[in-house]
Write a protein that binds this ligand. Structure first.
Ligand SMILES: Nc1ncnc2c1ncn2[C@@H]1O[C@H](COP(=O)(O)OP(=O)(O)OP(=O)(O)O)[C@@H](O)[C@H]1O
Length: 258
């Protein structure tokens, strides 16, 4: 059985005056250690699907199974990296990264040493006693990643984590996040509007169509790109033809919307 199994999901948002069907008939699977992306026009239901997988929204219909267990009953298996880092401004970097462990009552000398070691590995040794405001946006996002990984989530949700960063920082962070997740053998889902980012970071890209959101096509990235870091993949000769293919599909989906 697959690590993550999304089965026959339908979701409708009901308000007093309207009903919006955000997702219809979505089924997909993700294997352990895989990195996949959700791509699609605005409003095609990417965030809704991510929220359903994370058990933040109960779908109108369908089930999500993570490691043979329905997400509605499993706990503490999912970590997040979002566009905003959500670090507590009055807490030091060390306090911020240990907070998840403290809240889940897993903080001890070993887990603390692991967290500080990870901070070091990610190139941030020496910032432990600083406050978030003393760090750049890219550094804060790295702290957010460390905070997420310390609680050892089985599945990571990356919801546009690089979209607020400068281009150069974003490329560096893509490499760092991708390398770290590979080292730790983590399974991850990235939601992005950036086709290049999806191709460079993913094993597979799920392309969604809107109104209501459906899984339109799945692109399996070629082995020669998957072996590379995202930065190297962007510069590989195979990259541009995949980009063109996905671009054209996305354009046709966008034009259907208008
Ligand atoms: N809380 C809500 N109540 C009612 N409708 C909602 C709600 N959240 C989302 N929707 C609608 O559901 C559909 C899917 O929205 P969703 O945010 O999941 O799409 P998305 O692909 O993540 O969009 P974007 O790329 O712009 O972030 C849209 O039509 C949206 O207007």
């Amino acid at each position: 059985m697959s690590f993550l199994l999304v089965q026959d999901i339908h979701h409708t948002y009901f308000t007093k005056t309207s009903a919006t069907t955000a997702l219809s008939d979505i089924s997909l699977q993700v294997e352990e250690g895989e990195f996949v992306s959700f791509l699609g026009p605005s409003g095609c239901g990417k965030t809704t699907l991510l929220s359903i997988i994370a058990n933040l929204i109960k779908p109108t219909q369908g089930t999500v199974i993570l490691e043979n267990e329905a997400v509605s009953t499993s706990k503490n298996k999912i970590g997040y990296m979002l566009q905003q880092d959500y670090l507590f401004p009055w807490k030091t970097i060390e306090e911020n990264i240990l907070l998840g462990l403290k809240l889940s009552k897993q903080l001890n000398s070993k887990t603390k040493a692991n967290a500080l070691n990870l901070l070091n590995q990610i190139g941030l040794s020496g910032v432990e006693k600083q406050l978030p405001k003393q760090l750049s946006g890219g550094m804060r996002q790295r702290v957010a990643l460390v905070r997420t990984l310390t609680t050892e989530p089985k599945l990571l949700m990356l919801d546009e984590p690089f979209s607020a960063l400068d281009y150069q920082i974003k490329l560096k962070l893509e490499d760092l996040v991708s390398g770290t997740l590979k080292n730790y053998g983590k399974t991850a889902i990235l939601v992005t509007h950036d086709i290049s980012e999806a191709i460079a970071m993913s094993d597979r890209v799920f392309l969604f169509s809107p109104s209501p959101g459906k899984l339109h096509r799945t692109f399996v990235m070629p082995e020669e790109l998957r072996r590379l870091s995202p930065f190297e993949a962007r510069n590989h000769e195979a990259f541009s033809s995949i980009f063109q293919t996905i671009w054209k599909e996305l354009e046709s989906l966008e034009s259907r919307k208008q």
